[in-house]
Ligand binder design. Structure first.
Ligand code: GDR
Length: 327
């Protein structure tokens, strides 16, 4: 039975990946900060077969210990402070966990494996936020980075560290440059979920309006369930490499509002939405759209859910939640 250790197991991607790997017959271990926090309990409820281990990306010894307990064949580093908007308020902590944390877990794998680091395959959750103020459209693996937030800067550090451990120590380390990926499990602070949840709650009379920031930002939004499969496929290749994972389509926040409110049965979103200057970011990423040709060619990966399908799936789940709330 193959064994996998996932950091960030309590997040959206951690949950999808854990389910996916368990379905493939893996023994799945997850790193958590405290067994009794509500998110760890939720993971255990959803996936009783999972083994949760204590550890923190700020603490090298805890990572070495977790590796010793899990003895994984594959490590997926999904743990991070992942909300871009917050990263200006907590730039140092974001650097510490989202950036330096990657070096710590790579070093832990190196210490754990002794002289052959490639014995444990490593996946790093890199991000399209590294492209930031984009140099070319669409963005691919060779596109230069210009991160626009402390989060993007920290992810770029983690990305280059992953490449560096591969080149320095022969690690089988892959960096997945994932564009935005969403689902009904997405945190409420991210724009897709904020919009789909509000559309559902406004339609059912639970909420009156919705405050947003920049409505003109464009993103390449895919479905998280599709993207975790790409993570796994990367680690099944003989040669480690970096891959862009994206749909190749870009949409604005306005497009998101159109589809979400329409699905919730509201013809015009404009009367319900106001713009709040506090929700604008100090520096914005205006446009992201990825070219996932390498993943298509080498991994045989392609997304199954398109933008409309994704937004409708999320609105339907939020409508069901809102109805339950009403009782
Ligand atoms: P992003 O996701 O920053 O792209 O990072 P987010 O959903 O937060 O923002 C997307 C775009 O929407 C604009 N926006 C708003 N965003 C939020 N959160 N709330 C608002 O009210 C709002 N109004 C407008 C933003 O300005 C932005 O342009 C996500 C995260 O999951 C990262 O961890 C991941 O690495 C990248 O995607 C790929």
């Amino acid at each position: 039975m193959p064994r996998a250790l996932i950091t960030g197991i309590t997040g959206q991607d951690g949950m999808y990946l854990a389910e996916f790997l368990a379905g493939k017959g893996y023994e799945v271990f997850g790193l958590v900060r405290g067994q009794n926090n509500p998110r760890a309990r939720a993971v255990r409820r959803a996936l009783p077969s999972i083994r949760l281990l204590e550890g923190d990306l700020r603490d090298l010894a805890s990572l070495v210990r977790a590796l010793g307990a899990a003895r994984p064949d594959e490590v997926y580093n999904l743990g991070a402070i992942s909300f871009v908007g917050l990263s200006w308020q907590q730039a140092e902590l974001t650097g510490e966990i989202t950036g330096v944390g990657v070096q710590r877990i790579l070093e832990a794998v190196r210490l754990h494996t002794g002289d052959d680091m490639s014995r444990v395959r490593f996946y790093q959750a890199s991000s399209s936020e590294m492209f930031g103020k984009v140099r070319t459209v669409p963005q691919r693996e060779t596109t230069a980075f210009h991160p626009r937030s402390p989060y993007g800067v920290a992810k770029a550090f983690g990305h280059y560290m992953t490449v560096n451990y591969r080149e320095s120590y022969g690690a089988h380390a892959c960096s997945g440059i994932l564009f935005n990926h969403e689902s009904p499990r997405r945190g409420h602070e991210f724009v897709t979920r904020k919009v789909t949840r509000a559309a559902a709650r406004i339609a059912l009379g639970l909420q009156d309006d919705l405050a947003l920031g920049n409505l003109d930002a464009r993103r390449d939004w895919g479905f998280a369930g599709d993207y975790v499969e790409a993570m796994w496929l990367m680690l099944q290749q003989d040669e480690p490499a970096d891959y862009v994972i994206a749909t190749g389509e870009t949409h604005s926040v306005r497009d998101l509002l159109d589809v979400a409110f329409d699905r919730a049965g509201i013809a015009d979103w404009a009367p319900h939405v106001r713009q709040d200057p506090r929700l604008f970011r100090p520096a914005e990423v205006d446009l992201l759209v990825g070219d996932a040709s390498r993943a298509r060619e080498r991994l045989g990966w392609k997304p199954r859910v398109d933008f409309r399908g994704l937004v409708e799936m999320m609105v339907d789940a939020d409508l069901a939640d809102a109805k339950q709330e009403i009782g």
